[in-house]
Design a protein around this ligand. Structure first.
Ligand SMILES: NC(=O)c1ccc[n+]([C@@H]2O[C@H](COP(=O)([O-])OP(=O)(O)OC[C@H]3O[C@@H](n4cnc5c(N)ncnc54)[C@H](O)[C@@H]3O)[C@@H](O)[C@H]2O)c1
Length: 443
């Protein structure tokens, strides 16, 4: 099948590559020329395990092409996916500018009937808006073609995006016509069994994406609230989690307390959901609270450092382990490390940081210039007054702290993801602080 994908970011590039991997002929469109030029050379603009290899092999097979010219991508395409960004606007609503611009660009040059599939996460009712807009564009151009707007929200997780995309848990399709439903089922047949394809009306599909992300974020914020209670009363949130997760109705996923959720989806989708509800006159008490708990949680690591060292950190070397919002990605959007590092710099600390893949991104657009980036954990920890773990990269779980401890000036470790065994760290002579395990400097 011939497919055009508009927006070659984390979602667009991965889905386009996976569609090509299953034998489709896919053209990726982006407005960023350097991105497209690099992709033509087989260089991925993002770090995503396994992606670059698939880009190279599918490009070589002629199934995956790249262009900045949308007319090239649309030529003979049966489906055109819109996978551009929907970042939060200053008021917290989803900013639909990229989606609207992409639609207008499609509308200005499309010449044949085609299904326009919205993969971007968009507020409920966006499909209806896009439908009206494309119809009026076609009227202006005096063109009588059928351009049905479908919803196909994406559920991939960065870091395991290829696996998620090639073997999705489920596929949600919001479509009205039988023809649209049939073509989407045909596209996804090589990816999932039929019983994992959920076809619904477009409005329900749009809500499904926000509801799913907000539910997962709710579990995290709930556990962070329980963690705070654990700290107050002397309990251990890791034991509490085990006790809860053993209940099959609850399960074990998204129950880790930590320094808050980040990334390009949860923070913005939770906020967008309560704005969508509020625009309908609803209170959205729960979604608002999930966001409130998370904003507070992102401050926690900085609070713990202050509890230990006070507000004046001049002359202190603080070593930050991990910058990306989660392991296996270089995505820095809304990462808890940003909140921590800004707070430390405001207290005049000397901040050193190491991340296996996210330092270029962090330095380019996310962190103040005063951060010192280093190439390995040894250099990071040398003469450090305190280490703060923010991202639970597997390589950090395997660190030999017995060997590393003597490098540090003070053996003080703040574990923002509860990845270490408190007793073992204390046996190694560390002052060890973590989240919800009753190990706080003020205790
Ligand atoms: N990143 C995730 O893990 C994830 C998961 C599920 C859903 N989503 C949703 O998918 C959408 C895309 O997210 P992302 O993380 O891939 O964003 P991204 O910012 O990584 O990628 C968006 C891309 O679209 C390009 N673009 C913008 N306007 C364009 C236009 N008019 N024509 C062509 N290209 C254009 C940008 O240059 C960029 O490369 C968002 O709505 C997001 O909420 C993201």
């Amino acid at each position: 099948m011939k497919i055009c994908v508009v927006g070659t970011g984390y979602v667009g590039l991965v889905t386009a590559t996976c569609f090509a991997e299953k034998g489709n002929e896919v053209c990726c469109i982006d407005i960023e020329e350097s991105k497209i030029e690099n992709l033509k050379k087989g260089i991925s603009p993002i770090y995503e395990p396994g992606l670059e290899e698939l880009v190279i092999s599918n490009s070589a097979a002629g199934r995956l092409t790249f262009s900045t010219d949308i007319a090239v991508g649309l030529k003979d395409a049966k489906l055109c996916f819109i996978a551009v960004g929907t970042p939060p606007a200053s008021d917290g609503c989803a900013d639909l500018n990229q989606v609207m611009t992409a639609l207008d660009e499609i509308g200005s040059c499309i010449k044949h009937s085609c299904f326009l599939v919205v993969k971007s996460t968009v507020p409920v009712g966006t499909g209806t808006l896009l439908c009206k807009r494309i119809k009026s564009l076609m009227l202006e151009r005096n063109l009588d073609i059928n351009l049905e707007i479908l919803s196909n929200p994406e559920f991939l997780k960065e870091g395991v995006a290829i696996e998620d995309c090639l073997h999705p848990d489920r596929v949600v399709i919001g479509a009205s016509s039988d023809e649209a439903k049939a073509i989407m089922c045909e596209l996804y047949k090589p990816f999932v069994t039929e019983d994992r394809i959920f076809i619904m009306d477009p409005l329900s599909a749009e809500i499904t994406k926000y509801a799913a992300n907000t539910m997962l974020a709710a579990r995290i914020s709930f556990m962070n609230e329980i963690a705070e209670l654990c700290d107050r009363v002397g309990a251990d949130v890791v034991s509490v989690k085990e006790g809860m997760a053993s209940d099959r109705r609850i399960g074990k996923y998204f129950l880790n307390a930590g320094c808050g959720y980040g990334g390009s989806c949860f923070p913005k989708d939770v906020t967008a959901l309560y704005h969508i509800g509020e625009s309908q006159g609803l209170d959205m008490t729960l979604s608002t609270a999930i966001d409130k708990v998370n904003r507070k949680q992102k401050e926690l690591l900085h609070i713990i450092v202050r509890e230990r060292f006070g507000n004046d950190m001049e002359g202190l070397k603080i070593a930050v382990l991990g910058l990306a919002f989660k392991p296996h990605t270089d995505d820095m959007r809304a990462a808890p490390s940003i909140t921590l590092i800004r707070g430390l710099l405001n207290c005049d600390a000397s901040v050193y940081a190491y991340d296996p893949v996210a330092m270029t991104q962090a330095n380019r657009s996310w962190l103040p210039n005063d951060v010192n980036y280093v190439d390995d954990v040894e250099t990071l920890l040398k003469d450090a007054d305190c280490a703060v773990l923010v991202t639970e990269w597997p390589e950090f779980e395997e660190l030999d702290w017995k060997k590393l401890a003597p490098l540090m000036k003070n053996k003080i470790l703040i574990d923002g993801r509860n990845i270490y065994d408190p007793k073992k760290m204390e046996e190694l002579g560390f002052e060890y602080y973590c989240i919800g395990r009753s190990r706080r400097p003020t205790k």
